[in-house]
Design a protein around this ligand. Sequence first.
Ligand code: C2E
Ligand code: MG
Ligand code: MG
Length: 433
Amino acid sequence: MANRLLFKDRCEQALSHARRNERYAALLFLDLDRFKRINDTFGHAIGDLLLKEVARRLNHCLRKTDTASFLGNVLLDSCISRLGGDEFCILLPDLSNAKDVAKIARRIITAVSQPLKVEDFELYVTTSIGISLFPLDGDDVDTLLKNADTAMYHAKEQGRDNFQFFQESMHASALERLALERDMRKALERDEFQLYFQPQLHSQTGQVVGGEALIRWEHPERGLLYPDEFIPVAEDSGLILAINEWVLRAACAQSKAWFDAGFGQIRIAVNLSGRHTTILQIAETVTQALRDSCLDSHLLELEITESTIMQKEEETTTALHMLKDMGLRIAIDDFGTGYSSLSYLKTFPIDTLKIDRSFIKDLSSGNKNAAIIKSIITMAHSLGLNVVAEGVENREQLAFLRRLGCTEIQGFIFSRAVPADIFVDLMKRDHTW
Ligand code: C2E
Ligand code: MG
Ligand code: MG
């Protein structure tokens, strides 16, 4: 593969050639989907092997073989470079029409997504591709690269595992993201974030035993924003660290206020993103927030995802034990959707599994989701873990989960996430199923 410099050089040549001969050239910007998760789960050695295999497949897709002959010279002169991490860039020079690029992109996507056996593991990885065309999307290499990158970002937003051609309107959405980022910085200063709370009920008694703190943003112009609209941007920009801390402090303060007001043992769960941070750093922030709020640590549960704890194993073990020793509870959020081996369940001190909403959503007894839920609950029981079902909306789901002995229920069937004062009313309400 060409290094960055050689690659740029080849691009310059291709552009002058295309300019002289009134031809097209294309840049494909590839980024593997969720590669970090593979690295974190299986280790860097396996991650490296996977990258090598992807590189081999890319080369193969661009090689002039019988099946590839439809593009003749283009493939002969194409050039691949690894830009770093899990990003690759491909130059397709001297095209007579843009449609050919789509054919190649499609072929790459198929090739990358074929399962790969590394040691004892069968790995799957997909890729998102952004494409920019000379001369339509830029007149120089830097602009074309930037626009292909923007298009790649768009492909990720479209659900990954696809390709997108650059469009002017993508600039608009990139600008929108920047504006959101800027507003978020101000929001922290101006205290525009709020915590809503969604009750978690004991499945047999129907009693409210806890609440999940869920962030909302009262945006001065756009109104109430849900986390899906801004957490991903916060995670990309690093602002998530400040948000993690804000959420922790706000939840501790609220929980302490409820405790002091005599609401007893209401456990509050807080979502913490593992992007840009490690569980060890999170543990330090938690320690500080607990100290400052004087909250009894037993009342706090941390919701983290599998990808957060699948970082350095030793460090994670230390940090989780530190949190456990302090008396906190640890929950694995969105359980069942991560890319992980289950062995961490026996090494890490975990209290709760939260069954992801996607399994509950299409639940009718006898279907595959029912079987998966059943296995998770059985496993949780035999490991002595608490298990919470998320997104329970109707009585059929509730009945099913109760029958299996799922410990706790969270969902619209009882209540959405609500502001703190309404949560208080829900705590008081005597609920029988
Ligand atoms: P999550 O932690 O899995 O939270 C559960 C989400 O499911 C919440 O959406 C909740 O309102 C929703 N939900 C609960 N019951 C039902 C139901 O019966 N039906 C349906 N359709 N939905 C239900 P929300 O509040 O929009 O949060 C979405 C995600 O945003 C959360 O997923 C979490 O990953 C993230 N998030 C929320 N608050 C925070 C936060 O303070 N910090 C961080 N880092 N992430 C947060
Ligand atoms: Mg959660
Ligand atoms: Mg969840």
